[in-house]
Design a protein around this ligand. Structure first.
Ligand code: ATP
Ligand code: MG
Ligand code: MG
Ligand code: MG
Length: 481
């Protein structure tokens, strides 16, 4: 089954259960001080959960473009190193706004996975919330009992508050969640060691694919809980992980979601992707991952820049450039050539990239070109320093700042290079040097705070794309609605 078919089956399944299929919200969030990027499918539905707005449909499903590189969810350091955390990923989701609850959500997720996708039942585990006496949170007996109708009791694991209880913030809607994990190890390994012990152990082949959140409480200021008048379901399934499971691969990167980009990267570099832990193969994975995050955010109206969300994109882009420069031996712009591959691959799901493909390609090319001008000397600068500091194994703050200021190295890139060589970076020293440059100090400040965001549903105008690019000036075209 292709990735496209898998996505479509998800949507068709929930449509057949009375869900309205809605489009992904943009991956970039404008005008919200608490969240720069969409990090979960439910972000766009906040007001329904809070009761501020009434949804047109009480059951919806979609695939949502998400980015997890800052704030509460930051997976950047795992990307390319492990095989299942991405910067940008699609989160498949189904929602009930005061409609169905645990019984149906559990039954349908089981039906979809085992009867539509035909995942063998003996590869699945589920978790339910164990309760937390210190906070007066009850164990989720209901979910436990509904799961028992489908799966043997020894495959239902109890999870703690960190993994199995979701809350918006200090107050507001909250509730237990129930995750589904798949044991993708070969049969003989599964028989030798029980997968149960590996569910929470970060085992690379026993992975969480789906989270079902049951919002049933409202937390008040005095910390007490009251039942919500209308209970909601919020689920999120990692699309790339699902595809990997269904295509029988041991890495998300071996699926047709990423293989197109990886093949073109092979052609452009003359190197071969072998799926190992070598730096070369990590570079292939990082590039295949990062180009998606970069392309889709630019297509959703976020140009790389030196501040806020724009700087997040620039950081990701520069990280990718450094990976091909150092580990694939490519010294000229490469990423921009991958944009058309992605645009074509996703044209039927996220047409906004195809519609602006030349523009996005040009922005990426200019960014790459700019950074490549200083990258080589920056790398020599840090390497010289590391040769001198073999005793302390610390990159001092002043040098880290010089790398940032003169050579355009985002701080996390300096940290990455340092840690590859067994060095650390003097962060307080870097920050102190930064402080002296007030206007830039604001640039790297993360403003993400949590899962929630208000999306204005009735804007006067909506962004429909870039008209043209003149050097670094962007011209926006707006359509009045
Ligand atoms: P994990 O524990 O693997 O980091 P999570 O618990 O942080 O995942 P949720 O917030 O529950 O993830 O998101 C719902 C689903 O989205 C997860 O079950 C997973 O399949 C998928 N997912 C989460 N983070 C990523 C990511 N960085 N890349 C790809 N898929 C992801
Ligand atoms: Mg996570
Ligand atoms: Mg998890
Ligand atoms: Mg989870």
């Amino acid at each position: 089954m292709t990735a496209s078919e898998i996505r479509q089956q998800f949507l068709d399944f929930f449509a057949s259960k009375g869900h309205q299929i809605v489009p992904s919200a943009p991956i970039v969030i404008k005008n919200d001080p608490t969240l720069m990027f969409t990090n979960a499918g439910m972000n766009q539905f906040k007001d329904y959960f809070l009761g501020n707005k009434t949804p047109a449909h009480t059951r919806v499903a979609d695939t949502q473009k998400c980015l997890r590189v800052s704030g509460k969810h930051n997976d950047l350091e795992e990307v390319g190193i492990d095989t299942y955390h991405h910067t940008m990923f699609e989160m498949l989701g189904n929602w009930s706004f005061g409609d169905y609850f645990k019984k149906e959500a559990i039954a349908w997720s089981w039906e979809l996975l085992t009867e539509v996708y035909n995942i063998p039942k003996d590869k699945l585990y589920v978790t339910v919330f164990e309760g937390d006496a210190s906070e007066n949170l009850p164990r989720d007996e209901e979910a436990f009992n509904f799961w028992k109708e489908h799966i043997s009791e020894d495959r239902i694991l109890l999870g703690n508050k960190k993994d199995n209880f979701w809350e918006m913030g200090d107050t507001g809607p909250c509730g237990p969640c129930s995750e589904i994990h798949v044991d993708c190890r070969p049969d003989n390994e599964r028989q030798a060691i029980d997968g149960k012990t590996l569910v929470n152990a970060d085992h690379p082949q026993v992975i969480e694919i789906w989270n079902n959140v049951f919002m049933q409480f409202n937390r008040l200021k005095d910390k007490s809980l009251e039942p919500l008048p209308a209970k909601h379901v919020d689920t999120g399934m990692g699309f790339e992980r699902l595809v990997r499971v269904l295509q029988g691969k041991t890495s998300n990167y071996d699926t047709d979601v990423f293989m197109g980009t990886i093949h073109i990267t092979e052609q452009l570099t003359g190197k071969k992707y072998e799926g190992t832990d070598s730096r070369k193969d990590v570079a292939f994975r990082v590039i295949a991952d990062h180009i998606r995050a970069i392309s889709f955010t630019i297509a959703d109206d976020q140009l790389p820049s030196n501040t806020g969300a724009g700087y997040v994109i620039r950081r990701i882009l520069r990280r990718a450039v450094r990976y091909y420069f150092s580990f694939l031996d490519v010294k000229k712009p490469l990423l921009h050539d991958l944009v058309p591959v992605l645009a074509a691959q996703f044209s039927h799901v996220f047409p906004e990239l195809q519609q602006q493909v030349e523009f996005v390609k040009k922005v990426v090319f200019e960014e790459e070109n700019n950074f490549l001008r200083t990258l080589d000397s920056g790398i020599r600068r840090i390497e010289d320093l590391m040769q001198q500091q073999t005793a302390s194994k610390v990159v001092d703050g002043q040098t880290a700042f010089e790398l940032y200021d003169t050579y355009g190295f985002p701080y996390d890139l300096t940290m990455l290079i340092a840690s590859e060589n067994g060095f650390s970076v003097d962060e307080p020293g870097f920050k102190a040097a930064m402080q002296q440059q007030k206007d830039r100090s604001r640039a790297a400040t993360a403003i993400d705070a949590g899962d929630w965001v208000v999306l204005d549903e009735t804007p006067d105008s909506v962004f429909i794309g870039y008209e043209q690019l003149e050097s670094t000036t962007k011209l926006l075209k707006y359509r009045t609605v």
